[in-house]
Design a protein around this ligand. Structure first.
Ligand SMILES: [Zn+2]
Length: 183
């Protein structure tokens, strides 16, 4: 199973992870089930925030309502590892209660942040492929870029207007002056 994430959503997660150092950042990820189209940072209310996380329940409820209103599917949870790899810790494995959700871990251990997606289920822990995209928010594409048909119509209109302009300019040309011989 391959999950996609636009860079702008990955940026929200990495920015939150960096802002919460030395603590772990956490939040929700949502989308259409195949693409993570939204990330909502939440407060970490764990007693030891530096090595574990716990989502603030009221904020989580508010975030879930927001996702519902925006017609987004709750796909999972993200959290950060400020000083370790993007691999589920033993605490992470114990904490997971909803096995249907994805677990996205962002590691700040190295200079370049690393994001790894996991599915933690009854059958074990499985890494999932995460593909980064520059443009994968369909709603954004619809709103800004013209469709194939619209593009074809624009090109056709441009060609027709050039032909018309040429036709008009030829008809408006004054008649060629008569060539007269010198006296
Ligand atoms: Zn963790």
């Amino acid at each position: 199973m391959v999950i996609r994430i636009p860079y702008r959503v990955a940026r929200i997660i990495v920015d939150d992870a960096r802002a919460q150092v030395p603590n772990e950042a956490c939040g929700l990820i949502a989308g259409d089930g195949k693409t993570i189209q939204s990330a909502i940072p939440l407060s970490n209310v764990a007693s030891s925030k530096g090595s574990s996380f716990s989502l603030e329940p009221k904020e989580q409820l508010g975030a879930l309502k927001r996702l519902d209103a925006e017609n987004l599917v709750w796909m999972g949870v993200y959290h950060s590892h400020p000083n370790s790899a993007a691999i589920p810790s033993s605490a992470d494995l114990e904490e997971v209660s909803d096995h249907g959700l994805l677990q996205l871990i962002v590691s700040l251990e190295k200079h370049k942040p690393e994001l790894q997606l996991w599915r933690i289920g009854a059958s074990g822990v499985m890494p999932l492929e995460l593909i980064f995209e520059t443009q994968s928010d369909a709603r954004f594409d619809d709103a800004t870029a013209p469709s194939q048909k619209q593009r074809a119509a624009i090109v056709a209109a441009a060609i027709i207007s050039v032909i018309l302009m040429l036709a008009i300019s030829f008809t408006l040309l004054p008649p060629a002056p008569e060539i007269t011989s010198f006296p």
